[in-house]
Write a protein that binds this ligand. Structure first.
Ligand code: F6P
Length: 352
């Protein structure tokens, strides 16, 4: 077969490990492999290159994506879809692997409906906001990056008995803030799923600051991790809390650090490299078996979807993935409910 691979949407550490494996396994099993540059924008332009082992040798440890990525507003339009399918046909591509997050997988699902070129998706998004997937590519690395940054902030905060609000990525999902907050022993974790408004957040954080900085208390720093999806600006929280601190804990200052795209960079962790490689391997086999409109997923054995040759890699229909993704974002998914319930249990432990 003539296969192609592209990376799309927000890049995530580990994408290159998936690109390498699709290429190496595809070539090793006798297929041609093309790399489409620049995500769906590149597909619309027919910007493709032949992939060989030299191109992908050693890239598993690189952050970002050697193929480049882009966000295309034209691609999802009917004209964009026509142009994309025409490009795939003109390049003779029989199977396409799309590595990306929700927007990318939505695009893959749209193309797969045409039932021409076979399309399979691999979940890659640091937000971990993809349905029926235990861990998307990039999540583990992003959590470690945040925890490392929080450890560094803690060093300097302790030196000055300061409070810090560290804002992290996670446009619609607070997973990164939740997991990194637990690992970094944050004193408070703010996430949009809590539904708290500005005054409620200020009141909650005042309680935390008062308890932690009360005389005789052993805390030398207060670390608050905030997901960017919380619609109250970090600077607003800092400004309001600093005013209260003059009364609640005189002499204590509160500062902010917005990690932004730092969270998305860096060398992928071993875990992200391995799950990327294992899902990518299964994606080539899925295309060989004629599968279309599916996503490979990293999940527990017996999890949602169908089994593959790898006990931890499942095959899930893309339509089901996108439906569950919506439930993850609107909070009705059992996964989100369980995640919030678990966090509630440990939240009291944050202040020990
Ligand atoms: O979806 C991943 C993500 O990193 C979000 O966490 C973040 O809000 C968004 O992408 C940023 O997108 P961009 O890099 O296009 O600004």
């Amino acid at each position: 077969m003539r296969l192609a691979v592209l990376t799309s949407g927000g890049d995530s550490p580990g994408m290159n490990a998936a690109v390498r494996t699709v290429t190496a396994v595809g070539l090793g099993r006798g297929h041609e492999v093309m790399g489409i540059r620049g995500g769906y924008s590149g597909l619309l332009e027919g910007d493709a290159m032949d992939m060989d082992l030299a191109t992908v040798n050693g890239i598993s440890g690189f952050g970002g994506t050697i193929l480049g990525s882009a966000r295309s507003s034209f691609f999802p339009t009917p004209e964009g879809q026509e142009q994309a399918m025409a490009r795939l046909e003109s390049m003779g591509i029989e199977g396409l692997v799309v590595i990306g997050g929700n927007g990318s997988l939505t695009g893959a699902h749209m193309m797969a409906q045409r039932k021409k070129c076979k399309i399979v998706g691999i979940p890659a998004s640091i937000d971990n906001d993809i349905g029926h997937c235990g861990s998307a590519i990039g999540v583990d690395t992003a959590v470690n990056t945040i925890v490392d940054a929080c450890d560094r902030i803690t060093d300097t905060a302790r030196a000055h008995r300061r409070a810090f609000i560290v804002e992290v990525m996670g446009r619609q999902c607070g997973f990164l803030a939740m997991r990194a907050g637990i690992a970094a022993e944050a004193d408070a974790i703010l996430y949009a799923e809590s539904g708290l408004g500005e005054d409620q957040l200020v009141s909650k954080l005042r309680d935390v600051l008062r308890k932690c900085f009360n005389s005789g208390w052993h805390k030398k720093r207060v670390l608050i991790i905030k997901a960017e999806g919380v619609k109250v600006a970090t600077s607003t929280l800092v400004e309001r809390l600093q005013k209260h601190l003059t009364e609640d804990a005189p002499g204590v200052e509160i500062r902010e650090t917005v990690l932004g795209h730092v969270v998305r960079g860096g060398r992928p962790s071993a875990f992200d490299r391995v799950i990327a490689q294992r899902m990518a391997y299964a994606s080539v086999l899925a295309l060989e078996n004629g599968r279309n409109d599916v996503m490979l997923s990293w999940d527990v054995p017996g999890g949602h979807g169908q089994a593959t040759q790898d006990p931890f890699v499942r095959i899930v229909d893309l339509g089901e993935v996108l439906e569950e993704t919506e439930r993850l974002v609107d909070g009705t998914s059992p996964v989100i409910k369980a995640r919030l319930a678990l966090l509630k249990q440990v939240e009291d432990l944050l202040l020990i």
